[in-house]
Design a binder for this molecule. Structure first.
Ligand code: 5GP
Length: 188
């Protein structure tokens, strides 16, 4: 099997993380690409599982060292990025890397590996529903929700750069669509 990548991108709250977790459970040949971030760990998050948590200084040193495939300042000064070593690790294991990353990062990865990447944009049914989901999730402040909603409005313009768009109206339906797309991609 050639080296392959699967990207899930969406505005925050659209449901991409739930879909990625479902795909990871369904396909043993797919492994999660753990991003690096300079933000602090939240709740149950663990270093080396959810993210590689780096200090600002360390993140910047790694940028300078050219260790990232892509990186970005996503929210309020926090950096997020994909380390080259992470993709190498997954490919060395003969697995397919799956990314849960923001819309710009996802489009960048597709641009860098156009033939190896299946890119999926998860679209929220509406901005209002997105806001409700973020409030229900309860892990970010009201102020941060406003920032994320504003960003979501501009992120929706990126959808056309992706191979597929899943409108996440009904989670079970979205899971089925994602499963079918990925099965086809793996069997290619
Ligand atoms: P959170 O702080 O909620 O974990 O993530 C904030 C945003 O950063 C989400 O949209 C998430 O998908 C995105 N993100 C996570 N890892 C990466 C990465 O490696 N690169 C980019 N560009 N965005 C990322």
């Amino acid at each position: 099997m050639t080296n392959k990548l699967i990207v899930f991108s969406a505005p925050s709250g659209a449901g991409k993380t739930t879909l990625v977790k479902y795909i990871l459970k369904s396909f043993s040949e797919i492994q999660f690409s753990i991003s690096a971030t300079s933000r602090k760990a939240r709740g149950e998050e663990r270093d080396g599982k959810d993210y590689y948590f780096l200090s600002n200084q360390e993140f910047k040193a790694r940028i300078k060292n050219d260790e990232f495939i892509e990186y970005e300042e996503v929210y309020g000064g926090n950096h997020y990025g994909t380390l080259k070593s992470e993709v190498d690790r997954i490919w060395k294991d003969k697995k397919i890397a799956i990314f849960d990353i923001d819309v710009v990062g996802g489009a960048n990865i597709k641009g860098m590996f156009p033939d190896e990447t299946l890119s999926i944009f998860v679209m929220p049914p509406s901005i209002e529903i997105l806001r409700e989901r973020l409030i229900e999730r309860g892990d970010v402040s009201k102020q941060e929700i406003d920032v994320r909603i504003k960003k979501a409005e501009s992120e929706l313009d990126y959808a056309s750069k992706f191979d597929n768009i899943i409108i996440n109206n009904d989670l079970e339906e979205s899971k089925k669509i994602a499963h079918t797309l990925i099965k086809e991609f793996i069997d290619e």
